[in-house]
Ligand binder design. Structure first.
Ligand code: ZN
Ligand code: ZN
Length: 172
């Protein structure tokens, strides 16, 4: 969905839209998009800068990084962005470090779909977990630990203990 910058009303444009995305659009290849992504945005032009703020929300399904079980994950992310016209060369020496992070639009248009997708991807967890304390899969028998089917006595050593051992040894 392209927003024509020169047609933006002076008071700004408020939009409420649903965007269809496929799992391929997401940075996490195991994530599944369960419904259209809902976006509420307010777009306004100030000078040559486009201010876009709003929020995206959607339900996604991830595969837990520890136990490999799919689980539902609601995303609701607020954002507040500024786009500069691309005609301002981002590599020009006159820009400070702060300005290099800024985003650009070109051809007097802003691709709202791309904006929404980028914001969605930014909120995805790098290592999705079905629960913070998910015990995952037993490395010995391959069963899910929480189902109780695993009765192995050999457990992975607690990483906190191995660290402690190191500390003790170092002091000797
Ligand atoms: Zn899990
Ligand atoms: Zn086991």
């Amino acid at each position: 969905m392209l927003i024509d910058i020169d047609r933006l009303p002076k008071e700004g444009l408020r939009l409420s839209r649903d965007f269809e995305f496929a799992s391929l659009d997401l940075v996490d290849e195991n994530a599944v998009v369960l419904e259209p992504v809902h976006a509420e945005v307010f777009i306004r032009l100030v000078g040559e800068e486009i201010f876009v703020d709003g929020q995206v929300s959607v339900r996604l399904s991830f595969v837990c990084a520890r136990c490999l079980t799919p689980f539902e994950f609601p995303v609701a992310s607020r954002f507040d962005l500024v786009y500069l016209p691309e005609e301002l060369d981002p590599l020009s020496d006159s820009l400070s470090d702060e300005e290099i992070d800024k985003m650009y639009y070109s051809g007097r248009q802003l691709d709202l779909r791309a904006v929404v997708l980028e914001q969605l991807n930014l909120t995805l967890p790098g290592k999705p977990l079905c629960a913070n304390d998910c015990e995952g899969i037993c490395t010995v028998c391959g069963e899910l630990v929480r189902t109780g089917k695993c009765s192995c006595l050999v457990k992975e050593p607690d990483p906190r203990w191995s660290k402690l051992k190191f500390t003790v040894r170092d002091k000797r």
